[in-house]
Write a protein that binds this ligand. Structure first.
Ligand code: C2E
Ligand code: MG
Ligand code: MG
Length: 488
């Protein structure tokens, strides 16, 4: 029997079914693609592609588990841009995105393999450091991030400036789970913001305030010179009539986060970390270059006093450095007076003394700083090439005690002046703040005066102006008086 002819419409039925099946498969594939994309977006920031808060939490939990096994620490740095909202208002929508991408790139390049950078809010980021052994590592990273973010951005035609506040928490001290660690870091950031922004704070639990400050300072100190944060100031030293015969170089450290750090805080730290060698060389070279400028304008030899740490005098290469610097600055060695303290002579006495004698052979002078507060035996005064004794400022301050019953230090001051003069040394009083002190010192035969009364430590250019006016008035005094009719 012949097959029953099929109707054309009968043919279309299986075709339609096949198409439908095809459509269905495609739709299924698209759906799973969308699902996968949604899955990715669940823990990823859509603009930057960085992990978001969810993925950061997962990774932090894993890092804490691993660190616990290995005895390491985990740190979370919470970074919030300062005043981002007002920056945002000045930008177009696309420009804000561009800015975010730029600052993301700047932070990303600072990370090591295994670290995580996450975007946890519009103007908030976080860094997870998973394997910390050195407690200063998070501080160094935070500082590097602050520095990188601070460099101006070019967005379209505009230049944009930004700073950030960073809070650091570290496990196990500050918490042993991801939510606690993140919360502690956020609280620390709030404190950094409250203190004016552009700064770093650790959680209070991590370190005591003093040791945190110390660690923070230590981590910044190593780069202070490279980053141009150090400056040398100069304080004038005068004779009785007020004319300047010398200047003492005093180091200053202006840090963007720590503010102005006094030498009494950073010099001892630099001594412990051996930064003192680079710092001392930089100070000497800077001060000698400045003194050479003054020397060129002054008819009299200038005297530059530079403080030297006992640690520096343990290194024989210091002698070569001093000689080379003086040569390069074309400064006579007799212009330079190195100030050392009495305790210096006790530390590594033998090496220090050899170095002192070698420097003396070059023609360099020496002053004993803070005289009377250190070593009690005076025998070294005979053995060493000392030119100047500087009376410590506590004795000068104590000459006229304001409180009744406090014994005056006048007799100590008088004794030091006699001692110095008998041994052929110059005696310079430090910390002279009042005319009463100065007049009494003049009456006792003190040679030189240094203190706020004569001038505070100042920038080289400012002291240059003072020297210039001193030279001009000395020159004018030498000129014959003009005839009376011209003088009027
Ligand atoms: P120092 O060498 O005895 O310097 C004198 C200190 O007294 C300076 O403090 C100066 O600013 C301060 N001073 C000066 N006149 C007066 C005054 O009339 N009243 C009061 N109350 N203070 C006055 P500064 O600059 O803070 O330096 C402190 C110490 O730090 C210096 O004492 C010196 O021992 C050390 N230092 C400073 N620069 C350097 C440096 O480049 N290298 C080393 N190794 N030590 C330095
Ligand atoms: Mg001094
Ligand atoms: Mg002193």
């Amino acid at each position: 029997m012949a097959p029953h002819p099929t109707h054309p419409e009968d043919k279309e039925e299986p075709m339609k079914a096949l198409d439908l099946l095809d459509e269905l498969t495609k739709a299924r594939a698209e759906l799973s693609q969308v699902k996968a994309q949604l899955e990715v977006l669940r823990d990823q920031d859509p603009l930057t592609g960085l992990p978001n808060r969810i993925r950061l939490s997962d990774r932090t939990s894993q890092a804490i588990l691993r660190a616990r096994r290995q005895g390491n620490m985990v740190s979370v740095l919470f970074i919030e841009l300062d005043r981002f909202k007002s920056v945002n208002q000045t930008l177009e929508f696309t420009e804000t995105d561009e800015l975010c991408l730029q600052l993301t790139r700047r932070m990303s390049v600072l990370l090591a393999a295994g670290d995580t950078l996450a975007r946890v809010g519009t103007d908030q980021f976080a860094v997870l450091l998973p394997d910390i052994q050195d407690p200063q590592e998070p501080l160094r990273m935070a500082q590097a991030i602050l520095d990188a973010l601070r460099i101006p951005y070019r967005v379209g035609q505009r230049e944009v400036r930004l700073t950030a506040s960073i809070g650091i928490s570290t496990s196990p001290q500050d918490g042993d789970d991801a939510p606690t660690l993140q919360k502690e870091a956020e609280h620390a950031t709030d404190r950094a913001k409250a203190s004016g922004g552009n700064s770093i704070q650790c959680t209070t639990l991590t370190l005591s305030e003093a040791s945190f400050e110390r660690q923070q300072m230590e981590s910044f100190l190593g780069q202070a010179i490279l980053k141009n944060e150090m400056q040398v100031f100069y304080q004038p030293q005068t004779i009785a009539d007020g004319s300047i015969f010398g200047m003492e170089a005093l180091l200053r450290w202006e840090h963007p986060v720590l503010g102005t750090v006094p030498p009494s805080k950073f010099v001892p730290l630099a001594e412990e970390n051996q930064f003192i060698h680079a710092m001392g060389e930089w100070t000497l070279a800077t001060a000698c270059r400045q003194a050479a400028i003054w020397q060129a304008m002054s008819p009299r030899p200038v005297k530059l006093a530079v403080n030297v740490s006992p640690i520096q005098l343990t290194q024989p290469r210091w002698v070569d450095f001093v000689a080379r610097t003086l040569r390069e600055c074309r400064l006579s060695p007799s212009c330079l007076e190195l100030e050392i303290t009495e305790s210096t002579l006790l530390k590594n006495a033998k090496t220090s003394q050899t170095i002192l004698h070698d420097l003396r052979a070059l023609g360099v002078h020496f002053g004993i700083d803070d005289f009377g507060t250190g070593y009690s035996s005076l025998s070294y005064l005979h053995q060493l090439p000392i030119d100047t004794l500087k009376i410590d400022q506590t004795f000068v301050r104590g000459m006229f005690p304001s409180q009744p019953g406090v014994i005056s230090s006048i007799s100590i001051v008088q004794t030091i002046i006699h001692l110095g003069r008998d041994m052929g040394m110059r005696v310079v009083a430090e910390g002279v703040e009042t005319l009463q002190q100065k007049n009494a010192l003049v009456d006792m035969g003190c040679y030189g005066f240094q203190g706020y009364l004569m001038g505070r430590p100042m920038e080289g250019a400012e002291l240059g102006l003072r020297l210039e006016s001193q030279i001009n008035s000395a020159f004018n005094a030498l000129l014959p008086s003009p005839p009376l009719d011209q003088a009027n």
